[in-house]
Design a binder for this molecule. Structure first.
Ligand code: ATP
Length: 329
């Protein structure tokens, strides 16, 4: 395939496609297999969360995809360019927003953006127009004359994102975008990232070890652990696939609970119910749709539940059941 043409499929453009991508580190006689042959793809316009605990291989993968680190095995096409054969093509086509950020504290935001755009050969007039448009899109219209170092944490992270987008990349990599922000600024940042995709069509690849961030922001998740992709799917697919919903029913007495346990066991997809005194706990694929049928079945047997609770699993439950470790380990 030509290097200057994006990898086009019937579904649209594939923005990232990796095949057996690997990285081994050798330091002082020790070998670390940081990334062990990962295969995945990201389509145009997707927001993909790359999730995993500390040391899982997220940064190593991200550095390879952004050409900062050479793979020791496998291959990848990024934004239509072959990572090994044309790293310069990749670099020109992508945006990368690192954890450290890239704005100088003493520089004024507007000037900083324009001079950054000039590195990409963009003329001053176009750069100024683009910078103003992007700042407005990220609710930063009034910071043009402000020094970067005096902006709030949330404003500075958004400014970093504007820097990563000034050359109009189709694909942007965000490394742990909300680290260090307060909950309100984080939620605000997520709204802006979604807006970028919805309004400009930017494909977004985000590394994070925050479950709430991955859950709130991503169309699809790739979960990496010990250098391997251990799960892939939408946040709700992953939660459904791994844990289902937990229904807990309370009854007046043990006899009712036992009878209810027998009825619960017959629900489609139900795991074996656990009956403990007055309580029955059962896992089902989808609690909201299973519950009415179960209650109707109990009513036919003349049993009334005195309490009902349906709990949705969190991504942390998913991660625990996949790897036996919490994301925060
Ligand atoms: N330069 C290096 N030399 C040797 N080993 C390394 C190097 N960089 C990373 N590693 C090791 O490779 C593995 C993957 O590290 P990586 O930084 O990619 O994980 P991560 O998922 O990004 O973790 P974190 O969330 O902590 O940033 C870890 O075991 C790490 O110790």
């Amino acid at each position: 395939m030509d290097n200057d043409q994006p990898n086009v499929t019937a579904d649209g453009q594939i923005m990232i496609e990796t095949k057996g991508l690997s990285r081994i580190y050798k330091t002082r006689g020790k070998t670390v297999e940081a990334v062990r042959g990962v295969d995945f793809s990201v389509s145009s316009g997707e927001i993909v969360g790359f999730l995993g605990p500390n040391g899982a291989g997220k940064t190593t993968t991200l550095k390879m995809l952004t050409t900062l680190l050479t793979p020791t095995g496998g291959s990848a096409r990024v934004a239509g360019f072959d990572l090994r054969k044309d790293p310069v093509g990749v670099r020109r086509a992508i945006g990368y927003v690192s954890q450290a950020g890239s704005t100088a504290s003493e520089a004024r935001a507007g000037e900083e953006l324009v001079s950054h755009a000039r590195f990409y050969g963009i003329d001053k007039h176009t750069a100024t127009q683009r910078a103003r448009d992007l700042l407005a899109a990220l609710d930063l219209a009034d910071i043009w004359e402000r020094k970067c170092g005096l902006l709030s944490g949330g404003q500075r992270r958004r400014l970093d994102i504007v820097m990563g987008l000034i050359h109009q990349p189709k694909l942007v990599f965000l490394d742990e975008p909300s680290t260090g922000l307060d909950p309100q600024s984080r939620a605000n940042l997520w709204t802006h990232i979604r807006k970028l995709r919805d309004e400009i069509g930017t494909t977004v690849f985000i590394t994070t070890h925050y479950m709430d961030e991955a859950d709130a922001l991503s169309d699809r998740l790739l979960v990496i652990d010990k250098g391997e992709i251990v799960a892939e799917g939408t946040p709700s697919e992953l939660k459904r696939r791994v844990s289902g919903d937990a229904i807990t029913l309370t009854f007046r007495d043990d006899a009712d609970a036992r009878q209810a346990g027998d009825a619960a066991a017959k629900m489609p997809g139900a795991e074996t119910p656990v009956v403990e005194g007055h309580l029955v706990r059962v896992h089902v694929p989808d609690g909201a749709s299973a519950l009415p049928a179960l209650l109707a079945e109990l009513a036919r047997a003349d049993i009334t539940a005195t309490g009902v609770e349906v709990k949705k699993p969190t991504l942390d439950d998913v991660f625990l059941s996949l790897t036996g470790r919490s994301l925060r380990d």
